[in-house]
Design a protein around this ligand. Structure first.
Ligand SMILES: NC(=O)c1ccc[n+]([C@@H]2O[C@H](COP(=O)([O-])OP(=O)(O)OC[C@H]3O[C@@H](n4cnc5c(N)ncnc54)[C@H](OP(=O)(O)O)[C@@H]3O)[C@@H](O)[C@H]2O)c1
Length: 321
């Protein structure tokens, strides 16, 4: 896997970022550590977690993913890995009340540092926004943590374009670069906007993020493989698609896209998933997809897909299908 400079950060990251929301829960610790070791061996160094992963499982220990990664990280040279984590998500066990305040940021960040066993986070994400609060207070708090050395850079996930622009304008007014990256939902499959609202209220990349991308914000999107829907459809396994994935992605548009994916897969002698992933890794503007995998074999296949580069015309055909 190639590495690329993450603009405006001085960090160098692998072409793919490894998502870990199932680490320490659905994926037990030995398998999660095997996944991390495999990712490293294949050239990966960029890992995405969150303080709230996977607190939505009532029986799971708090911050299970961070703790699981922390025990693995203890065996690595800290500066050989780029750790991204997130805070200010809802507390899944205490109702869906927004938590985007400096105080929640402080407690979440302290919790992340302890769970990961590190004294700094390379890229810190605000997991969610609370548009009822002005952007100034939360940006000032992020900047204070950055100056104290607890975080190196910060970005936002699930924020709307207009709120990001507001934050960036405020940052510029105080001589700070603000967010260096965004983590929106983005993959080849077009999501159903209503089904998406409950967990990606900030919007889908194709609904307006391009302007931010062109303005210099790196995109580090999640669900970069559209949760495997194209592979399952191509394999004739429609009945095995999980209900939430079905609600999100099963549509005529995505069936049309699959037709184009198949043509390109044939043309390039590549797998369906390789074309899906190349839709992001071939973007002309800096884009580092976060990928999930439920097995080491899937992870190997996805990393192997990085060799495929699609042309701008092919990207347009996929987008417009
Ligand atoms: N910021 C946020 O709000 C947010 C939200 C969601 C996720 N995330 C982050 O993004 C990460 C990835 O999210 P995601 O799981 O939605 O990403 P994804 O990469 O779109 O989907 C992962 C799923 O795709 C399938 N898959 C993976 N590799 C495959 C391969 N080589 N061939 C065929 N199918 C393959 C598997 O489905 P099966 O298991 O069905 O086989 C796997 O579970 C998370 O772990 C988390 O770190 C962030």
């Amino acid at each position: 896997m190639k590495t690329i400079p993450l603009p405006r950060t001085g960090l160098t990251v692998s072409q793919l970022c490894l998502g870990t929301n199932q680490f320490g829960t659905a994926l037990d610790e030995p398998r999660a550590h095997e996944m991390l070791d495999t990712f490293r061996a294949l050239g990966g160094n960029f890992i995405d977690t969150a303080h709230g992963y996977a607190d939505w499982i009532p029986s799971a220990p708090r911050a299970a993913s961070e703790h699981c990664i922390g025990r693995w990280l203890a065996r690595q040279r800290r500066d050989s890995v780029v750790i991204a984590t997130k805070g200010c998500e809802f507390d899944y066990r205490a109702g869906f009340t927004p938590r985007v305040t400096p105080e929640h940021l402080r407690t979440d960040l302290e919790g992340s540092l302890a769970a990961l066993g590190t004294d700094y986070i390379d890229l810190y994400w605000l997991h969610r926004d609370d548009p009822s609060h002005p952007v100034e207070a939360i940006l000032d708090a992020l900047i204070a943590h950055q100056r104290a050395g607890r975080i190196r850079h910060f970005g936002c996930s699930n924020w709307s374009v207009s709120r990001i622009q507001l934050a960036q304008r405020y940052a510029a007014s105080i001589g700070h670069e603000g967010f260096v990256a965004c983590q929106p939902m983005w993959g080849l499959a077009e999501p159903d906007r209503a089904a998406m609202q409950q967990f990606a209220p900030g919007g889908y990349y194709e609904d307006g993020y391009r302007a931010l991308h062109e303005a210099g914000l790196t995109m580090i999107p999640y669900s970069g493989q559209s949760r495997g829907i194209f592979t399952r459809l191509a394999g004739g396994q429609e009945e095995s698609i999980a209900a939430d994935v079905r609600a999100l992605y099963l549509s005529d548009t995505n069936r049309r896209k699959l037709g184009v994916v198949r043509e390109l897969a044939l043309k390039h002698n590549a797998t369906v998933n390789a074309v899906v992933l190349a839709y992001l890794t071939s973007q002309p503007l800096p884009t580092v997809p976060i990928i999930g995998a439920s097995s080491v074999a899937q992870l190997r296949e996805s990393v192997g897909s990085c060799a495929l580069v699609l042309s701008v015309e092919e990207l347009d055909t996929l987008r417009n299908a």
